[in-house]
Design a protein around this ligand. Sequence first.
Ligand SMILES: Nc1ncnc2c1ncn2[C@@H]1O[C@H](COP(=O)(O)OP(=O)(O)OP(=O)(O)O)[C@@H](O)[C@H]1O
Ligand SMILES: [Mg+2]
Length: 391
Amino acid sequence: MSPYFTRQKLAADYCDALTGDGLVDASSGLFLAAPRRTGKTTFLRRDLMPEAVLRQWLPVYVDLWESQQTPPTRLVATAVVNALRIEQSRVADELALKSGMSAAAVTLEDFGLENVGAPEGKTLAVALRTLSEVAGKPVMLVVDEAQEVLNSADDLMFSLKSARDTVGVDAHGARRLFIVCTGSHRDKLLHLVLTKKQPFYGSSVQPFPFLGRDYVDWYTGRINQHLAEDNRFEPDAVFDAFKLVGHRPEILKKIISEIALDEGAAHSLGERLARGAIARQDEIWDEYSRAYDNLSRPQQAVLSLLVEGGPQFEPFSEVTITACSRIVGSTLAATHIQKALDALRKKDLVWRSARGEYALDDSSFGDWFKRKSGMKTDASGTTGDMATPGS
Ligand SMILES: Nc1ncnc2c1ncn2[C@@H]1O[C@H](COP(=O)(O)OP(=O)(O)OP(=O)(O)O)[C@@H](O)[C@H]1O
Ligand SMILES: [Mg+2]
C-alpha cells in the first residue's frame, strides 16, 4: 500500500459524533463534503473504517460511482448482503439460532431486494438489522459519492432513513446502525438534507477538512530523506504550493517529481515549486474562462445566479427571472431560463437532479467564478485555492 498520512484523531471524532458523544451530534447521519481528489475515499478506507473496527463495529462500504447503470439501492443492498455472507460464514453456528436461516449463502431475494426500484425501505432495513444481529455488532454503512442518489428516481435515502429509524437502536438503547455519506459536491449533497421532502432533512453537511500543514510536514520530511542536505524542500514553500493546487496530494507529488527530475534545479526548489503550482492553476482557470466566454448572455446570467444562490437557487422564481432580465438588459421569461439551463446542461456545466433541482456540475467552477467576479467565497474552508480538475 502507498505511504499514507494517517488522520486517526479525525476518525475517532467522527465516530464519537456518530454515537452522539462528540461535540457534533451526527447520530442521525454524518454527511461530509470535500472537492475531488482531496482524500475522502482514502480517509474512509484507511482511517474511518479501521477506527470503526477498533470500536467493534462492522463497517460496510459502498461507492455509488461504482456503476452508473445499477440503481443506488441495489449497490447498497449488494454490499450489505455480501457483508452478511461473510459474517454468516464466520458465525455459521450461531446463525441458525439468530436469524432462523440455514448457513447456505443468503441472496438479495432472501430480503425481497431483487426488484430494487420498488419501495423496499423495509427490506433493506431488515437486511441491515439481520447483518447487525448476525455480526453481533453495530453496522456502520459508508456511502461514498452519495449525491449520486439524486440522479435517479431510486429512493435509497428513504430506505436508509427507514432503516435508521427501525434498526437504529436496540432494546437496550445501544445504536445498531450508523450512516456516513460523503460526496465531492457540497451543493448536490445539500439537496439531501435541505428540503422537507428529503428524508435526512435537518441533518447538516459538514466540510470534510483538507489535508493541512501536518500532512505537508510529513510529506516534505519523506521527500527530503532522498535529497542532499543542501538541496531540500522547505515545508513553508511546499505548503504554499499545496494550497495553490487545492490541497490535492497527487498534483503536489507530480510537481515535486518534475522538479526532482530536473537536476539543475537544486538552487531554486522553492521558486520552481511555486511556478509549477501556479502554472497548474492557470491551466484549469483558462479552461473555465474559455467555457464561460463561449456562453450566450442569458446562459452567463443564469450561471451567475446559480453560483450566487447555491442550493437556494430557484430557477423559475420571480426573483430569478427579474435578476436575469436585469443582467441581460432585456425582459426574459421562464422559457428563456429553461432554454439557458438546458444549454448549460448540454455543456456539462449544470447538473439537474431527478427531482428537478439544479447545481453546478463542477463545484470548483463556482470557486473560479466567485473569485473572478469578486463574490464572497465559501467560508467553510472546503473551497480549494485552485479549481478542481474536472468533476
Ligand atoms: N492521508 C493521505 N496521505 C497520503 N496521500 C493521500 C492521503 N489522502 C489522500 N491521498 C492521495 O490523494 C489522492 C486522492 O485521494 P482520494 O481518492 O482518497 O480522494 P477523493 O477525495 O476520494 O477523490 P475523488 O473525488 O476522485 O473520489 C490519492 O492519490 C491518495 O493516495
Ligand atoms: Mg473518492
